[in-house]
Design a protein around this ligand. Structure first.
Ligand SMILES: [Cu+2]
Length: 70
């Protein structure tokens, strides 16, 4: 298993706790053990996970929140 690392994403379109919860759920669908820290004010999302960064960004984007590695 790959080593967990913290990956930072800049995510657009998150406006409230519901959005943050949705993004968290999307990440944890990719990796149930992922730790997700979201700063709504800046749109920054830190994910501690062994999942692939590009895969996570694509999943978040597909859920309606355009995401790119920060
Ligand atoms: Cu919201």
């Amino acid at each position: 298993m790959a080593t967990s690392e913290t990956i930072r994403f800049r995510v657009e379109g998150m406006t409230c706790g519901g959005c943050a919860a949705a993004v968290t759920k999307v990440v944890q669908r990719q990796d149930p053990g992922a730790e997700v820290a979201i700063d709504l004010a800046t749109g920054m999302v830190d994910v501690r996970s062994a999942a692939d960064a590009a895969t996570l960004a694509a999943a978040i984007t597909k859920a309606g929140y355009p995401a790119a590695r920060a």
